[in-house]
Design a protein around this ligand. Structure first.
Ligand SMILES: Nc1ncnc2c1ncn2[C@@H]1O[C@H](COP(=O)(O)OP(=O)(O)OP(=O)(O)O)[C@@H](O)[C@H]1O
Ligand SMILES: [Mg+2]
Length: 504
């Protein structure tokens, strides 16, 4: 036989469209040509494959070899096609039986000595292979990642020779089994480390319970960064389905790392100098950005006004829709990005606006300019604004163990989330239009308080709906079916920017 077809997959966003690797041996001048839109790393594959075949003591056919990666209009990146190309050449030249090839998909880069190297984006590929009813053969270093899929049939090999021995029936590869990926990292940050700040902690708990986005505002050194870094720790663990979606994003970014903990909510804190591509995603072979790596977890923007305005503006789409589209010349790629946003900022450039000792030296105009950097479309989409005032010194000195732990708060958050999912199948942050009015029933006192607040503070319709959603979450934390005036009052208090900034 002089034609072989081997199954593999490309990687496009977090999807893995099928690619048929067709290898044909013809008469003519010996050589290898590759067609089907391969980019540089794929074109270089022929040199790696040739060396790997020779060092593994196979014969490299001195025929005219054509390798076609179909469909041709799909871009192909990286070294993942080395293994399927090598297997295709062996099958087309009769050095390997072609009968079994249909049952498998192959992914892996080859070293010149025939060793197999791992590739990015294995999880979505293995998932798609499983759906198509094929087993997967890949590099040993990718085995743990593919075996996250309990039902996938995964065989991992160290070398090309181990793959051919498996296909020959000489020596079968062992099926990769899922190692227990549930370990929680020991160095988890605990809310109990933060002294005092009861109002801010309560706000964080409400935010976690309803999935609401939060902005923490306060002078330097009051614990804003500490508090925000502990938000992921009070969210309930990921469900299997969420964990799989999150792992898929990490898989195409830089490979899934077992050390991260399977059910651990991601926490991503990009630096304010980070580029648009790093935060939102992009590049010539589009990769997910921080907002997608934070999928189902927390995105923390510390020093919010220092971020590039364009970066902040580009967050509007994902904050609303839960995913991001990246357009490239030939295609439009989408990455999931359903994160919970927490941001922190000082009230003014020096940070001490409102300080009782009068340390602030900023002019009114400087303060205004500082705030307009974040005001507008993004600020309008942040659900809660919480003030984080300085902590009394004696509180920091105390070493008593009376602060609540993350575990205790997490239990209440999980219970409140459970109520929301049972009632409306989603978190309160998702409530819109009809379902918002359906589940946000107010008692008479609550309604009159809300009307008063609207009149007195001159709130927008957007603020009105946000206050309702937050009040609903507060009522859920207390397992109350209707929203009472106390819930409304607390919700209004959690939007301090609807009033004026502190002491401005
Ligand atoms: N409430 C607190 N309980 C315990 N330690 C605190 C508290 N607030 C501040 N600290 C201490 O002060 C340090 C600085 O806190 P953190 O970085 O969270 O402040 P910040 O509000 O983010 O300040 P900045 O505005 O300068 O970023 C912490 O590392 C911690 O040691
Ligand atoms: Mg800070």
């Amino acid at each position: 036989m002089s034609l072989a077809i081997v199954h593999s997959r490309a990687q496009l966003g977090i999807t893995a469209p099928p690619v048929a690797v067709e290898v044909h041996l013809g008469n003519g001048l010996p050589g290898l040509s590759m067609v089907g839109l391969p980019e540089t790393a794929v074109r270089e594959s022929k040199d790696r494959v040739r060396s790997a075949l020779l060092t593994s003591r196979f014969e490299f056919p001195s025929r005219r070899i054509t390798v076609n990666l179909a469909p041709a209009d799909l871009p192909k990146y990286g070294g993942r096609f080395d293994l399927p190309i090598a297997v295709g050449i062996l099958a087309a030249s009769g050095q390997l039986p072609a009968t079994m090839l249909d049952r498998f998909e192959f992914y892996g880069e080859l070293a010149l000595n025939g060793r197999l190297r791992g590739v990015r984006g294995i999880l979505p590929s293995a998932q798609a292979a499983m759906r198509d009813g094929r087993a997967v053969i890949l590099a040993a270093e990718d085995a743990d990642e593919a075996a996250l899929l309990i039902d996938a049939e995964v065989y991992a090999a160290e070398r090309l020779l181990a793959v051919t021995a498996h296909l020959n029936g000489q020596q079968r590869l062992a099926r990769a089994a899922r190692t227990s990926p549930d370990a929680t990292p020991a160095d988890r940050l605990d809310l109990a480390d933060v002294r005092g700040q009861q109002t801010a902690k309560r706000g964080l708990e409400i935010a976690a319970a309803g999935g609401h986005s939060v902005l923490l505002i306060g002078p330097p050194g009051t614990g804003k960064t500490m508090l925000a870094s502990r938000l992921a720790g009070i969210l309930p663990p990921l469900t299997d389905e969420e964990a799989l979606e999150t792992a898929a994003v990490h898989s195409v970014y830089d490979g899934w790392a077992a050390s991260r903990g399977w059910r651990e909510r991601p926490f991503r804190a990009p630096h304010h100098g980070a580029s648009m591509a790093a935060v939102v995603g992009g590049g010539s072979h589009p990769r997910p950005g921080e907002i997608s790596l934070a999928h189902h977890g927390v995105l923390f923007l510390d020093e919010l006004p220092e971020f590039d305005r364009r970066v902040l503006e580009s967050l509007r789409e994902p904050v609303e829709s839960g995913h991001i589209h990246i357009s490239r010349a030939a295609q439009r790629i989408s990455f999931p990005a359903r994160f919970q946003l927490v941001a922190a900022m000082n009230p003014c450039p020096c940070g001490y606006l409102g300080d009782p000792a009068g340390r602030c030296r900023c002019s009114g105009e400087q303060v205004q300019r500082y705030r307009t950097r974040v005001s507008g479309p993004l600020l309008d989409r942040i659900d809660m604004h919480i003030q984080v005032p300085p902590v009394p010194h004696q509180l920091l000195r105390d070493t008593g163990g009376e602060e609540e732990t993350s575990e205790q708060v997490q239990a209440r958050v999980a219970a409140a989330r459970g109520r929301q999912y049972r009632r409306q199948g989603a978190l309160n942050r998702e409530l819109r239009g009809g379902s918002l009015s359906d589940v946000c029933g107010l008692d008479a006192d609550g309604q009159s308080l809300l009307d008063q607040a609207m009149g007195r503070l001159g709130l927008s319709a957007r603020s009105y709906h946000r206050i309702l959603r937050i009040a609903r979450t507060i009522a859920d934390l207390e397992a109350r079916p209707t929203i009472a005036s106390g819930h409304i009052a607390e919700a209004v208090g959690l939007r301090c920017l609807d009033r004026r900034m502190p002491n401005s």
